[in-house]
Design a protein around this ligand. Sequence first.
Ligand SMILES: Cc1cc2nc3c(=O)[nH]c(=O)nc-3n(C[C@H](O)[C@H](O)[C@H](O)COP(=O)(O)O)c2cc1C
Length: 186
Amino acid sequence: MEALDALLNRVSAPRLLDPAPTAEQREVLFAAALRAPDHGQLRPYRFLTVEGDARHQLGEILAGAVQAQGGEVTPAALDKARAMPLRAPLVVVVVARLQDHFKVPRAEQLITAGCAAHAIELAAYAQGIGAVWRTGELSYAPQVAKGLGLTEGEQVVAFLYLGTAQNELRAAPKVDTAEFVQQWSA
Ligand SMILES: Cc1cc2nc3c(=O)[nH]c(=O)nc-3n(C[C@H](O)[C@H](O)[C@H](O)COP(=O)(O)O)c2cc1C
């Protein structure tokens, strides 16, 4: 696939089924992630693959985070959290690893991790793999960070849901670039 095709036409696939990406396809996904622009070559990311029964374990962690939010917690809210990781056969958690650096601010490191997540989405699209990037408030819950084994300076950037798109992908929306581009001069 042409690079421009993926860049211009990638869309998310919200409903995902088996099969999960193959080992060869995953290698391409992560190789693409590692090509994210990276000031200082800090590689400020790592990737956790969650599949099979581990998705249930992640679901329990998410349900625990809902419970920890306090207030009234309904069984339906807990079940919803438990079911989240089951929305795809493979979940890739993109984790940013931020450090104090004399030249590269943490914000730039976070951007690199975001670019890595986007690269995985593009490489998925180019290989015919369905993908959608989700976060939500639970992604930032301390219980989730702890449950995933994140350490100081690490944070979740994306839950990338990957699998086979259940439905035909929609066409990418046409947006007028002129709305977002201004010629600047002082
Ligand atoms: C940081 C980030 C977090 C996101 N979190 C969610 C989310 O929790 N739920 C959701 O439905 N979409 C979320 N999205 C948006 C989808 O991944 C997707 O980009 C959006 O639905 C537009 O669809 P498209 O990718 O086909 O253009 C998130 C996107 C980003 C970049």
